[in-house]
Design a protein around this ligand. Sequence first.
Ligand code: GDP
Ligand code: MN
Length: 381
Amino acid sequence: MDLYEYQGKELFRRVGIPVSDGRLAETPEEARRAAEEIGGPVVVKAQVMTGGRGKAGGVKLADDPADAEAKAKNILGLDINGHVVRRLWIESASDIAKEYYLSVTFDRGAKKPLFMFTTQGGVEIEQVAQENPDALIRLHVDPSEGFQPWVARRLVYGAGVEDPGEQKQIAAIVEKLYRAFVEFDAMLCEINPLIVTPDGEVRALDSKFTVDDNALYTHPDIAEMRDTAAADPLETFAREKGVTYVKLDGEVGICGNGAGLSMSTVDVVAHVGGRPANFCDLGGGGNAEGVVDALEVITRDPQVKSIFFNIFGGITRCDEVARGILEALERLDMSTYPIVVRLDGTNAEEGRKILADAGKENIHPEATMLDGARRAVELAR
Ligand code: GDP
Ligand code: MN
């Protein structure tokens, strides 16, 4: 789960990483009030989960509350890389002498957390890595040793930070960032820019924070930060129903059991010239109720023209899936959807018989995955 800048900064604040005083605003009036409370010049920042907000006009300095209101009016509703701005973060403006970059993420190849630090911050890190690779210091942390103070020193000296005051502050921030990374089960903690003020104070001016979804249940306070309004409404509905679902942009609704089979089904539909409307995994247990839930999610997508059930029964029993499909036909209005069903594995015979006996015109049995995919694509046209 990705966090907004202001949420990441809240977590930074909790571990003691210095950030500017700020307030959230959703209207120009709220932005004005926030600026009044903060006092002095502020910066008005679009809260969208994409980088490059500055370049896109989503970050603006404002001299006073009236100016903050005007800037907020301009930024709210802006489309930044496909993300519409609905929230603003208003924070006390900083004077900037230098912009550095600091992050910690997982290096899956090395199976270790990886720190990256450079004094060439403020721009995108990929650009630094390409144009000036020597300026980017990379350092792994051995998770069995845990964080050691030398890691911070090596980053700071390696990047050529000479001022002792800066060295000390950055080293402390490196250690705290690692603590945030571990404590909050992050996949990425990035500060770009990490600024030095003209007075020599070091502070996080931006935050990019990704928390491991699989650890969210241990952090209910972070789980609550999820912005359901900005998320895809279908995916939100699916999450509420407990259905594993990813929206895609085609016409063939797909339902498999197991992530591997479901992904293969997406591939096969694409292979025979169709466009999958979604990825949907019934999971290992796939009971009738789960099938009804999955179909309720899939049929909420207006792009869906046909549905392809591709079931290989192991723990999942094909008769149970067949019952679920019929149950869904009873409970949901699905008469307009051709449903192609391929059942194989545990109780496949029984499953096919249940469907055949029901005599529903819009159910099309197929024997193989490839034939099923072809049929579903045909029927979507
Ligand atoms: P991003 O473009 O999405 O990465 O957003 P950032 O939060 O990194 O802001 C972009 C740029 O705006 C920064 O690199 C700074 O140069 C500038 N900026 C942000 N906050 C301030 C501030 O408080 N004072 C000044 N002078 N510039 C700021
Ligand atoms: Mn940034």
